[in-house]
Design a protein around this ligand. Structure first.
Ligand SMILES: *Cc1c(COP(=O)(O)O)cnc(C)c1O
Length: 383
């Protein structure tokens, strides 16, 4: 087996170095635990960044992938497959939306949502929020807040106005005659696990209704049980016009999609994806959703999330300025750069990451046990 140093050397030489790597190479995973190539064990509170919601290599997901791979991996969307039809039916039911479109990533989902909003409104500007993150392709990047991500690629192709997160009046004032849609993460992920103030999403819905503006929820990170509901929108009772999903959608395989309300739909030739909704990822998604149902992972996310946040608050660390989030989407504001903290935690057997410079993000598999949470909290107390 290759060593860490040979793997990292080869990567450094041959891969465009866009990522700030942690100095380990991971080899296998099971549930909420992963092992590196030296056999060191870690509790994984990164989980692929809110991807591995059903845990690493869940046997039911592995089996569904193996069985489907042996039967049919890919066919063109020129043909129907049972897997895609079944998944679409399931998602329509889980989201309360009318129809879905399948793609392969979060950025592609946001891209599809933006294209759909432009097409149905005939308008081409967007209102987004300060602190937002919507992906790295050009259109999603246009509605992403962080300047550093956009700077080398300017000008942006889409005009976006950024309103204060939590300030519905600012959203209202940002909407102009050219605004197609307001795009919102119901809890901001990359921006630092920011939970909107009470009533904000309901007020934004009202503003959109009054101005005839579409409302897009980007649920790429918050979806599939992460926040203790199937989708984060359920906490507010607000139904968007279009919503995006990806990350945890297919149990770890790359998949994205949008769901839209009745009357909002692409028709013939208006959008397409070669790989979107292929039988392999659809089988994985169906299996992953079934695991969430069979193991009550939505409820678990809510309960374990509450327990986790309480234990973190009770630690009494004075550098944990605020513990926030919903379900197992947890952020700890430290008020200072937390990269060193992440390194020290890793050496003690805990993977977590730092987002928005100063926020520790904890997004473990929803299958994480109470004992594992206790171990994580114990480590965080000692770091
Ligand atoms: C991760 C993320 C994206 C981008 O998803 P990719 O699969 O990396 O393209 C978009 N929106 C939100 C809210 C995300 O968290």
């Amino acid at each position: 087996m290759a060593s860490y140093s040979s793997i990292s050397a080869k990567d450094s030489e041959c891969v465009m170095q866009t990522y700030t790597h942690q100095p380990i190479a991971l080899e296998r995973g099971e549930g909420a635990v992963v092992w590196d190539v030296d056999g060191k064990e870690y509790i994984d509170c990164v989980a692929g960044i809110a991807v591995n919601n059903v845990g690493h290599c869940h046997p039911a997901v592995v089996k569904a992938i193996q069985d489907q791979a042996a039967k049919l991996i890919h066919v063109s969307n020129l043909y129907y497959t049972e897997m895609q039809a079944n998944l679409a039916e399931k998602l329509v039911s889980l989201t309360g939306m009318d129809r879905v479109f399948f793609c392969n990533s979060g950025a592609e989902a946001v891209e599809a949502a933006m294209k759909l909003a432009r097409m149905v409104t005939g308008k081409h500007e967007f209102v987004a929020l300060k602190g937002s993150f919507h992906g790295r392709t050009m259109n999603p990047l246009s509605v992403t807040y962080k300047e550093a991500y956009k700077e080398p690629f300017k000008p942006m192709p889409v005009k976006a106005t950024f309103a204060d997160f939590g300030d519905a009046e600012d959203v209202a004032n940002s909407i102009g005659p050219g605004t197609a849609a307001v795009i919102v993460e119901p809890i901001q992920g990359e921006g630092g696990i920011n939970v909107p103030s009470e009533g904000f999403l309901q007020e934004v819905r009202k503003v959109c209704d009054e101005t005839g503006t579409l409302l897009i929820f980007d649920e790429v990170q918050t979806g599939f049980g992460r926040t203790g509901k199937w989708f984060c929108k359920e906490h507010s009772g607000v139904q968007p016009d279009i919503m995006t999903m990806a990350k945890a959608m297919a149990g770890g395989l790359p998949m994205g999609g949008i769901a839209a309300r009745e009357g909002l739909t692409f028709t013939k030739s208006q959008h397409a994806s070669t790989f979107g909704g292929g039988p392999l990822v659809c089988a994985a998604a169906l299996a992953s959703i079934k695991v969430m149902e069979d193991e009550n992972l939505i409820e678990r996310s809510r309960e374990m999330g509450e327990y986790f946040r309480k234990q973190l608050s009770d630690l009494g660390r004075d550098d944990f300025l605020e513990v926030r989030g919903k379900g197992l989407m947890i952020g700890v504001e430290t008020g200072r750069p937390c990269a060193d903290f992440v390194n020290a935690a890793r050496e003690m057997g805990l993977l977590l990451n730092c987002t928005s410079d100063t926020v520790l993000r904890l997004a473990p598999p929803l299958t994480i046990s109470k004992e594992q949470i206790d171990t994580v909290v114990d480590i965080l107390g000692k770091v």
